[in-house]
Ligand binder design. Structure first.
Ligand code: DC
Length: 229
């Protein structure tokens, strides 16, 4: 079976990472969560006090420090999924907090941040055999990907899923705050100037609002089998 590139794009908290991870595991492909990369840059900016009290970013300082930001992934055999490392430190938990979620969208609108991360992502996918998820994978990172999926679900369903996720991890969560965060991020993600979230013309659309994880997984495997013959 030939190796292909699989691009999975969609709104935040629509379950695309879960689908992408499970698919990669099932077919023996590498999985890359590009949202984790934007989140890692955000965590770095927060830790270096690059946000003021109004949430404005010190762009000049971030640009200067950008070469110091090294993001990598290491497969975790106990979870069967890759963990995110920022300059050698395991940050998988730190990048999922509401504080990072609340600051990540403006970071993802900065052209030099996108340019640096897209270049790293293209490098990771050079050999194919990769499942990458994000917002601009099918449109910008891998416009020639053999299989592109565009995932959607209603904001309320997505907020509930994120709420459940945080609760399960014992992290503080408030449904209304999360819904507001989801809606704000949808707006920024679809309206920003550089690589806004949009469906690639040749992407298959999947609305998973009323699908179980197992149903999504089956749908995805079928889509993969049709392309990677
Ligand atoms: O998928 P996520 O919620 O972890 O993504 C975090 C943020 O990063 C989200 O606001 C959009 C942004 N992002 C992006 O702009 N481009 C990507 N390829 C992936 C994520």
């Amino acid at each position: 079976m030939k190796k292909i590139t699989i691009a999975i794009d969609g709104f935040s908290s629509c379950g695309k990472s879960t689908m992408a991870k499970d698919l990669a595991k099932e077919i023996g492909y590498i999985y890359v969560d590009t949202g984790a990369m934007y989140r890692s840059v955000t965590l770095f900016a927060l830790r270096n006090n690059l946000f003021d009290a109004d949430g404005n970013i010190n762009i000049e300082e971030l640009e200067k420090l950008m070469p110091e930001i090294k993001i990598s992934f290491k497969f975790n055999p106990s979870t069967g999924r890759p963990d995110t490392y920022l300059n050698g430190e395991l940050v998988e938990k730190e990048i999922r907090t509401l504080e990072v979620s609340n600051h990540v969208s403006p970071i993802a609108t900065i052209p030099f941040v996108r340019k640096a991360l897209v270049a790293q992502q293209q490098q990771m996918g050079k050999e194919k055999g990769i499942v990458m998820d994000g917002r601009d994978i099918g449109t910008t990172v891998f416009p020639d990907a053999e299989l592109k999926i565009y995932v959607t679900a209603s904001p309320e369903v997505r907020a509930q899923r994120r709420y459940d996720e945080l609760q399960a991890k014992g992290m503080p969560a408030n449904y209304e705050d999360i819904l507001k965060n989801v809606q704000e991020r949808d707006y920024i993600d679809t309206h920003r100037e550089v690589s806004p979230l949009k469906k690639a013309e040749d992407a298959l659309e999947l609305d998973n609002s009323h699908m179980t994880i197992t149903e999504q997984k089956q749908w995805l495997i079928e889509a993969f089998k049709k392309v990677a013959k």
